[in-house]
Design a protein around this ligand. Structure first.
Ligand code: MN
Length: 152
């Protein structure tokens, strides 16, 4: 089983990512800040790291920089997860040691695309990929987010 470490300080976002990954058969571990993420990678390296940019103690840029200094982790796939939507952020992120980039709110199709691209044997079965994530999962958290969005 491929394991993915979710490093994200927002519990709702962690839960959503966990749902999206577990439904596809990935093993999931969670870190709540940058320091914890770094410690967890060193202790039990995942197959891929989903790394939030804005986190307490160490931000995503600092974590990926630290990881790339260590020969053990130069080729660990690290995908940035960020709410930053400004032009140029993608370039900055891709020049900072990340292998990929996902912006929030997470698009499950793009998430799957990144996993397929970066993992040798991704889990591709289950769940039609053209479904929006809120249709694929039924957690309280997902409903809370959906309910918060303005009605058309
Ligand atoms: Mn954050």
């Amino acid at each position: 089983m491929k394991t993915i470490l979710i490093a994200e300080d927002n519990p709702t976002n962690r839960e959503l990512l966990r749902e999206l990954l577990e439904i596809r058969g990935y093993g999931v571990a969670e870190a709540c800040d940058g320091k914890e993420a770094l410690a967890m990678v060193e202790q039990a390296p995942p197959d891929l790291l989903l790394l939030d940019i804005g986190m307490p103690l160490m931000d995503g840029f600092a974590v990926v920089r630290k990881l790339r200094e260590n020969p053990r982790f130069t080729s660990l796939p690290v995908v940035a997860v960020t709410a930053y939507a400004m032009q140029g952020d993608r370039e900055k992120i891709m020049n900072s040691g990340f292998d990929g980039y996902l912006s929030k709110p997470i698009n499950s199709g793009l998430l799957v695309q990144e996993l397929s691209r970066l993992l040798a044997h991704p889990n591709t079965e289950s769940v039609p990929l053209n479904q929006p994530w809120e249709k694929q999962i039924g957690t309280r958290a997902a409903r809370a987010i959906v309910n918060r969005q303005p009605k058309p």
